[in-house]
Design a protein around this ligand. Structure first.
Ligand code: F6P
Length: 327
């Protein structure tokens, strides 16, 4: 693992997130500055398995820092989960002499990188690119800030119409396993309740408080529901509430994939640039098989095998604050 890295492959994998392009740009430009060759691997690990790999230069990343999505495309690759798929991938890298990899993605993508680097002599560096912010070892992930701001903008608009009609709105945000978008966007929009997969919800208490608000004629209510909450999302929750409180005017709005697209925020562009730059520095310095995070505004390096085991924890004090501020 101590060989000098001279040819880097970069790929984006799993769900795309705004800022991935900024990260690709930073990796490519830093590598070229250090006289390395850089290859873009298309469609995540699929490009490695199917030999869809392109040479990149400074111009191939021009005018992309402001664009959402990923110019390298992405996928969730089943073949790479099999040893035969990974062997093919290795052979395709070897053909070009690629001897270092930067993987921009979430925990599933890091799991793939960890397995690959255990099997073959290729150092891997991970960059946390996911709107879910559910990776321990970094305060922020690339794309989270943009996604949360997209949700906030939409929820603010919904509150206007909720207020005009005195309605309860159940707004579903993304997060199959993680409640960070729900938590942040809910706090930022003054939501009355926030339901997340990490915490059990006291549904009787929610019904009781809605009943009481109905009596007080405080009818405008916004409840933010992460898609992976225990009831199965906003539609299911709505049925449950309607069953108990049939007179309450309730509407559901599912924000969906608009949260994944769009131009990255300033914060995500800067975060992605810093992480991309430090990913290449890590390969040069021999700091291998880690993912680059940011903790207290300083770069932080977590071994890939630790990153795959841990999730960020949502602290009880945040949940307590949510309760107090929503009263
Ligand atoms: O990228 C993470 C995420 O957006 C989750 O929040 C969401 O549950 C999932 O991806 C949706 O994935 P897909 O676009 O494949 O349906």
């Amino acid at each position: 693992m101590s060989k000098k890295v001279t040819k880097i492959g970069v790929l984006t994998s799993g769900g795309d997130s705004p800022g991935m392009n900024a990260a690709i740009r930073a990796v490519v430009r830093t590598a070229l500055y250090n006289k390395m060759e850089v290859f873009g691997i298309m469609h995540g690990y699929t490009g490695m398995v199917e030999d869809d790999i392109i040479k990149m230069d400074g111009r191939s990343v021009a005018n992309i820092i402001q664009r959402g999505g990923t110019i390298l495309k992405t996928s969730r690759c089943i073949e790479f989960m099999q040893p035969e798929g990974r062997k093919k991938a290795y052979e395709n890298l070897q053909k070009r002499g690629i001897n270092g990899l930067v993987i921009i993605g979430g925990d599933g993508s890091f799991r793939g990188a960890q397995t690959f680097s255990n099997e073959f002599d290729i150092p891997c560096i991970g960059l946390p690119g996911t709107i879910d912010k559910d990776i321990a070892g970094t305060d922020y992930t690339i794309g989270f800030d943009t996604a949360a701001n997209t949700a906030v903008e939409a929820i603010d608009k919904i509150r206007d119409t909720a207020d005009a009609h005195d309605r309860l709105f159940l707004i579903e945000v993304m997060g199959r396993d993680a409640g960070y978008i729900a938590l942040h966007s809910g706090i930022a929009t003054g939501a009355e309740n926030i339901l997340i997969p990490e915490k059990k919800t006291d549904i009787d208490q929610i019904i009781q408080s809605l009943e009481e608000k109905e009596k007080r004629k405080k009818l405008v209510n916004i409840i933010i529901v992460a898609e992976g909450d225990e009831f199965g999302g906003a539609d299911e929750l709505s049925k449950l509430i309607k069953n108990k409180l049939p007179k309450l005017e309730t509407r559901v709005c599912i924000l969906g994939h608009i949260q994944r697209g769009g131009s990255p925020s300033c914060m995500d562009r800067v975060l992605a640039s810093r992480m991309g730059y430090h990913a290449v520095e890590s390969l040069i310095e021999g700091r291998h098989n880690v993912f680059v995070g940011i903790v207290n505004n300083k770069m932080n390096y977590t071994p890939l095998n630790e990153a795959v085991k841990k999730k960020q924890r949502i602290s009880e004090s945040w949940m307590q604050m949510v309760k107090i501020l929503a009263t």
